[in-house]
Design a protein around this ligand. Sequence first.
Ligand SMILES: Cc1cc2nc3c(=O)[nH]c(=O)nc-3n(C[C@H](O)[C@H](O)[C@H](O)COP(=O)(O)OP(=O)(O)OC[C@H]3O[C@@H](n4cnc5c(N)ncnc54)[C@H](O)[C@@H]3O)c2cc1C
Length: 698
Amino acid sequence: MAAAGASVSAARSPGAPAGTEARVRRPPPARPSRLPPLLVLLAAAAGPGAGGAARLYRAGEDAVWVLDSGSVRGATANSSAAWLVQFYSSWCGHCIGYAPTWRALAGDVRDWAAAIRVAALDCAEEKNHEVCRAYEIHFYPTFRYFKAFAKDFTTGEDFKGPDREPQTVRHTMIDFLQSHTDEGRPPGCPSLNAIRPRDVLSLIDNSSGRYVAVLFESNSSYVGREVILDLIPYENIEVKRALGWDKAFLQKLGVSSVPSCYLIYPNGSHGLVTVGKPLRSFFSSYLKSLPDVRKKSLSLPEKPSRADNSEAVLWREFDRSKLYVADLESGLHHLLRVELAARRSLAGAELKTLKDFVTVLAKLLPGRPPVRKLLETLQEWLASLPLDRIPYDAVLDLVNNKMRISGIFLTNHIKWVGCQGSRPELRGYTCSLWKLFHTLTVRAGTHPKALDGTGFEDDPQAVLQTIRRYVHIFFGCKECGEHFEEMAKESMDSVKTPDQAILWLWKKHNVVNSRLAGHPSEDPKFPKVPWPTPDLCPACHEEIKGLTSWNEGQVLLFLKRHYGSDNLEDTYSSDLGDTGEGAPATGEERAGGHASPEQPPADRGAESLRPPGVPAPRPRLSERSHQGLDVKLESLSGAEGRRGAGAGAAFLGTGFSSLDMSLCVVLYVASSLFLMVMYFFFRVRSKRWKVKHHHPSV
Ligand SMILES: Cc1cc2nc3c(=O)[nH]c(=O)nc-3n(C[C@H](O)[C@H](O)[C@H](O)COP(=O)(O)OP(=O)(O)OC[C@H]3O[C@@H](n4cnc5c(N)ncnc54)[C@H](O)[C@@H]3O)c2cc1C
């Protein structure tokens, strides 16, 4: 990775935006799709005690505590130590770039574990997405503090610091520890408060039989508190801090500058410590190496067993000149079931953006009929909603349950093909999102009537503006969204035709490529170069007066071909819908394709209702069914609604929709009535017959 990064930086011209007139071109990359056939990547994925996997951090190898859905609540609730948890997403470039810093920080404060622990939880792991939702994580990375001995569930306190440099984070950790009450302070955390002059004198006068170090420092210094925490696991020594008082007192002890360390030895002798530099590391190291100062055992993140530690991911051969249905559908699955599902409910601008984005998807996304039908139904349903706030569970219920019985479904498997990364944390979702966006702008350019009747017709910016709002509001990578917004502010208004919209997105994507070249999130097998590369589109590249430049007319033609429906490859996607649609999956499909053990039984049951193979989708839901959904939704607003939606989902987990159940009841009542009518009819007839043929008096 480092070597690739170095070569990338060397070939890049930092100032020149790629995708514009002139640029420095890098040598064409080796064809990345030609990795050894069926290469099995052993992606070591670490787990917490519970054995879960996280892609950027490895429990037992890093000092970071790796949490997951099974361990986060147990770890942070009523804990004897405070926690600083980074909720990240392994596909987020900023999280990937920040991971070395977080690891270094965790290693740096490893000895503070009895007081405060540095942890990480991967929200891109689908098994974690419910828990990330519960903690209200909308963007990545999000840093939250959790106090020791928190009794009730809490979403934690946001990290507040001017930057995320290790020193800043360390200082905020100390501030956070000091915000505990005396009773609530972690028992393993010594007092971080400064002592008074007379306390120093009494320490000197009354030897405790062990070392006592007093750090004299200024009010704004954190050195004393850092050294106190660094020495937590060490026996036979106690560290105190004292703020610089009057010069006379300090001079008496021989202290001429702060920070300085004054040491009282176990035998009662005392004196000023001389270190090379008055820094935390120098003081800590000196004190740790004193005779008879020993380290106690430390609670550290557990290393998972080997069996838990690896997962095999099958490499899929693919053609870089093709677009894969599997990438688009996997991306859509993540978008609908994970990214948007981070919101409990949607209202105002969020709801409007969801509606517009689904409209654009429904009208423009090519693909398999069940997925198109699902988007169409979702769009009609959202458009018909009279509510100004909807619980997102209702959307999930529709996507996961209501339409499955009709054969309208979206895969719940993640299966990257053209978006595979050479490591599990690389590429994937963000790659598929770009592909989805390009496909939408191209389709709007090649099918000018597609948006008729939506309110977006005749607006060449409609698709771009909808993408912009989606990225701004929902895209989990906040910094990515901010960068994209800057680019949009700068020039999106200049787009006057659908073709310009296609080219705008292409240019801006190349700007992002150029910015990220050499970044830790760059996959060495898929280097960030101006795209399309000459081997993909020779006609797109020209040389004018010795400078390489784009032929934008050819680029436009290429993009229309590349992102057009004729270039859509169904390979690898035929089995996407074969198992367990509806419920969230557990990330990238494992080699062997076993059904997820977390898949709810209800879904497996519903599966048996559908014949194998891709079923023919039924016609769209009738007006009546929409009304039914609306009525249900009206009772769903607010917290109660959420509970209702949850219950609805469970009930519908049998595979029957509420419409189906209502029809059953109606049919049942109708047939009972019919039988009763028949019964009375024949009784009356038989009575009449008896009267007619029975004349005992005659
Ligand atoms: C809107 C948006 C903004 C982002 N901003 C950031 C950011 O600020 N920082 C960050 O770290 N990450 C950012 N990302 C993620 C980043 O751009 C990549 O998606 C990620 O690094 C994975 O890269 P990749 O190799 O899969 O290729 P990607 O850049 O994801 O591209 C996916 C595929 O699109 C095609 N492609 C490449 N370039 C173009 C182009 N110019 N036009 C059309 N098609 C193209 C190629 O086939 C490529 O494989 C952003 C993602 C999105 C969707």
